[in-house]
Design a protein around this ligand. Structure first.
Ligand SMILES: Cc1cc2nc3c(=O)[nH]c(=O)nc-3n(C[C@H](O)[C@H](O)[C@H](O)COP(=O)(O)O)c2cc1C
Length: 212
């Protein structure tokens, strides 16, 4: 079973679409989990997990950690917030510290796929780099990655046309009204991202089938 995690704070944004595209392309059984609305604290460094690889902090992460342990593969997707992975995604991966003690690596050998969503070309790869680093530190086998263009909230917040600090005015100047041709592409209009998600999903499916 493949576990797909979208770490976006938005339930139906680009990250969720991209993660689902990878899962569907795999042709394998999967479970999709969104971190939207979940309360996930960062690691507090208590080392309560050192003796048994079980995190002692209690919040919404513990159930997700349990799903990670059961899965054969993990597709992890997150968006870029302020030049780095968003806080929910960071906290979720940070807590896998609990899986790495006494030469025991609880996620070792599981297949991984990295999904990153960035709006700006200035901050490219920060999310992909972090997820990759965390999968490597858990000694997972990274099958590949898919990157999609983010959809800036400024296009839908209701004030974007005249907001001097937002992305709409930054990209198009002050507008009377935001029209569809001003807006970034939705995931299903991003051919390269769709192709990447499809390709890496198929590779993941092939990897898992070869192990059966
Ligand atoms: C608080 C916040 C900060 C953001 N900062 C950046 C940024 O620095 N660079 C960037 O490329 N996109 C940034 N974005 C845009 C998101 O990456 C984009 O909206 C993405 O589509 C969000 O993922 P989602 O569609 O799955 O919700 C930011 C969004 C938010 C809410």
């Amino acid at each position: 079973m493949i576990l797909g995690i979208s770490a976006s704070a938005r339930k139906s944004g680009i990250t969720s679409e991209a993660v689902k595209a990878v899962l569907q392309a795999s042709g394998m059984e999967y479970e999709y989990v969104s971190l939207t609305g979940k309360r996930i604290n960062g690691c507090i460094g208590c080392t309560g997990c050192a003796a048994d690889n079980v995190c002692k902090l209690q919040d919404d992460w513990n159930e997700i950690g349990g799903k990670m342990l059961k899965a054969e593969a993990i597709v992890f997707g997150a968006p870029n917030y302020y030049g780095m992975i968003n806080a929910l995604g960071h906290a979720c991966l940070e807590r896998t510290f609990s899986f790495r003690h006494r030469d025991v690596l609880s996620l070792k050998g599981k297949a991984g796929v990295v999904v990153s969503v960035e709006y700006s070309t200035e901050t490219q790869n920060a999310v992909q780099t972090y997820i990759t680093k965390m999968m490597h530190s858990n000694m997972m086998k990274i099958i590949g990655s898919a990157a999609a263009q983010g959809y800036s909230q400024c296009y839908t917040c209701g004030y974007g046309a005249s907001c001097g600090v937002g992305n709409v005015v930054k990209n198009h100047g002050f507008l009377e009204e935001i029209k569809s041709h001003h807006c970034p592409p939705r995931f299903d209009a991003q051919k390269e991202a769709l192709d990447q998600a499809y390709r890496v999903g198929k590779l993941l499916g092939a990897e898992l089938r070869s192990k059966k």
